[in-house]
Design a protein around this ligand. Sequence first.
Ligand code: CO
Length: 470
Amino acid sequence: MADQIKKPIKITETVLRDAHQSLIATRMTTEQMLPIIDKMDKVGYHSVECWGGATFDASLRFLKEDPWERLRKLKAGFKNTKLQMLFRGQNILGYRHYADDVVEYFVQKSIANGIDIIRIFDCLNDIRNLETAVKAANKEGAHAQVALSYTLGDAYTLDYWKNIAKNIEDMGANSICIKDMAGLLVPFEATRLITALKESTNLPIQLHTHYTSGVASMTYMKAIEAGVDVIDTAMSPFALGTSQPATEVMAETFKGTEYDPGFDQNLLAEIADYFRPIQEDALATGLLNPKVMGVNIKTLLYQVPGGMLSNLVSQLKEQHAEDKYYDVLKEIPRVRKDFGEPPLVTPSSQIVGTQAVLNVVAGERYKMITKESKALLSGEYGQTVKPFNPEVQKKAIGDKKAITCRPADLLEPELDKIEKEMAQWKEQDEDVLSYALFPQVATEFFKYRAAQKNKIDPTAADEKSKAYPV
Ligand code: CO
């Protein structure tokens, strides 16, 4: 059709970040990535997600790699494609709230080392926790994308999403992402959600989902028909299961239509051929568990992200309470309700999950309350969409007054102090930030790095693999 209006769908490739985080515990190494990036750079992706989330922690902790060095190498290879990272708002890539000076410095250094698009989210969707990172990205001339953690519950109406989208636009973000960690967004709901968002904001909208519940590619189809601008996909050897829909499949689906991204299937096939042996190796060594490759319909039933389910199993195993699995699954929504119905994504997913395990294993609800649960109920992570259960809150923090301001407003600048603490290890400015996020893990890495230089064999830390809800 000559008069057909073209609206090619844009695609973010996740194989270098979320896909291997979701399927092989973030263990893809820089060496495994580098040989293929020349070809990936020719595809015509909107962006390649390659950094942030657990990549930083896993590089330092398990791979003994400097994550900053990986970023610089990727930047040198991707000459035409934008690099994208995931950023946990005021938590940066860590698990606590950082003072603004650390957040600003991290954003600045990420961009200086090669990041073009920063996807910023908060586990409570408290947009006050995103402001500093968004402003810092604006200041450095990068693309600031705000991601809304998608979840279900009474409070999460279309009006909720429309309002928050408008607020994000006013904040100065360049685009919005709906981040569906668990694959909860079903196809026809995607039509309603994307249509509603398009009414309330002019910002481009990106959709990020996981295949966990089996509906993801249909959800993308409906979202694209409703006008979504960008979708996240992964090259087929690292697609499906707890990862994203496959890049090749989505590209072929829209071939010859107004949404055709114009990708070369032969080029995509060559890239898939490169990644397939890496996937096969991971299967052979057990790093890739076939269990995560199928459909897990429980994510829809219990609305729990896949990574959280596997964490749960290992926590119960440690306590010899595997028979309590279904009790814990039932307890999770109850704890979530008591805690103001937050989305379940790092770190709220761990906080709610661990508390649910304790409630069941102890045989009495809130007999034991974790430090993190107390912090959440003190308002230290920000504001939840609904109020906390006052009885549970009182049990956790007594008569202490909860915080209602933006939590980072209470934090003094901390960069200088951190820099002094780690001065003996510093070889580059970025080391200060690695240490700020993961003091122990970074120190171990710095020791390893020094030992490598002195040709002394280091004893690599042998830690249990960790699953991260993404
Ligand atoms: Co994800």
